[in-house]
Design a binder for this molecule. Structure first.
Ligand SMILES: [Fe+2]
Length: 321
């Protein structure tokens, strides 16, 4: 895109959900693969194995989606945004990891925070399992044993929103945050029903999509959360995580499969109030030079292998079981 953005965001930090029962949400997120970072009477912070202080924020209240946060590279970026139309003044954050933020609302009314100066934890992360694959034998003399336990969550990866206009959403997010298109799924030429967008980090490769804008035509015109997604450590974490969540009788949504656009191996689950939470591994990494792809809409975009996408996917509804 030719436009000059106000800043270029570098990453996504966390979503905010609101649910009436923090105990039940914490139990679900532990089964999903997170651990508690902090909790008080009103708010639950859950972390993964990475350096982010937390990767999910849950507030006590009526069920709903309450926004999400980007990280930027400098305080100067926050000041530039705060000086722009529609953004709050820079304010100190009241969260456990400190720092500052400015906030705004997007075209569909979603609350967007932009954060800098927060502290990280001392997590070193976990290494993926070594594999004997192709002509690479990485674990000679070493047995592969995968303990039955929740998936290991590395980081918050992307957020998918149902929006009134994916094209207008991209223009809005590009002008403010520098997000660029990776792939468009088009109803007709120039009429995208969905746009996968990534951060513009120049020559630094980044996730194929940090956001997905899906047309709210598919949700009867209702904008809002489509799904939330976290990267897990490796392929065993997708499958072992699936087995653990199934054993705990959580509501499965879709998977395991490999997407086409973004290429991730994915698995989707619903929290007790129906918000869709995704595990993924082995996604595409693209630098900013890769041009956007255009694809005519068809069921073929959903996955390369694995089960068909259920009609309920992308709709935040309470599970029926
Ligand atoms: Fe996803």
């Amino acid at each position: 895109m030719a436009t000059q953005s106000i800043v270029k965001v570098s990453e996504l930090l966390y979503p905010r959900l609101t649910v009436p029962d923090l105990d039940a949400m914490e139990a679900f997120l532990m089964d999903f693969g997170m651990v508690r970072a902090a909790r008080d009477a009103d708010t639950l912070y859950m972390r993964g194995t990475g350096a982010a202080a937390y990767v999910h924020v849950v507030h006590k209240g009526a069920t709903g989606f309450a926004g999400f946060a980007f990280g930027v590279a400098s305080r100067n970026d926050l000041d530039r945004l705060a000086a722009s139309e529609g953004f709050s003044a820079v304010e100190p954050r009241t969260e456990p990891d400190g720092g500052w933020r400015t906030t705004t609302r997007d075209l569909d009314g979603n609350f967007v925070e932009v954060v800098f100066g927060h502290v990280f934890n001392d997590a070193k992360g976990v290494a993926p399992r070594r594999l004997n694959i192709g002509d690479r034998f990485e674990r000679i003399g070493e047995l592969q044993r995968v303990p039955p336990r929740p998936s290991r969550i590395k980081r918050f990866g992307h957020i998918a929103l149902n929006v009134a206009s994916p094209a207008e959403a991209l223009v809005w997010y590009n002008a403010r945050f520098g997000l660029i298109a990776s792939d468009r799924v088009n109803i007709a030429p120039g009429m995208p029903a969905a746009i996968f967008v990534r951060c513009n980090r120049g020559v630094v490769p980044t996730d194929h999509h940090t956001m997905l804008f899906a047309s709210s035509m598919a949700t009867a015109g209702v904008s809002g959360l489509n799904h939330l997604s976290w990267e897990v450590c490796d392929i065993d974490d997708v499958h072992a995580g699936n087995a653990h969540l199934a054993a705990k009788r959580h509501a499965h949504e879709w998977g395991i499969g490999r997407h086409l656009l973004g290429s991730q191996i994915f698995d989707y689950w619903r929290d007790p109030w129906g918000h869709i939470h995704e595990h993924w591994t082995d996604g595409d990494q693209l630098d900013a030079s890769i041009p956007a792809g255009d694809h005519p809409i068809s069921g073929a975009q959903a996955n390369q292998w694995g089960p068909d996408m259920p009609p309920s996917f992308g709709r935040t509804i309470a599970p029926t079981n």
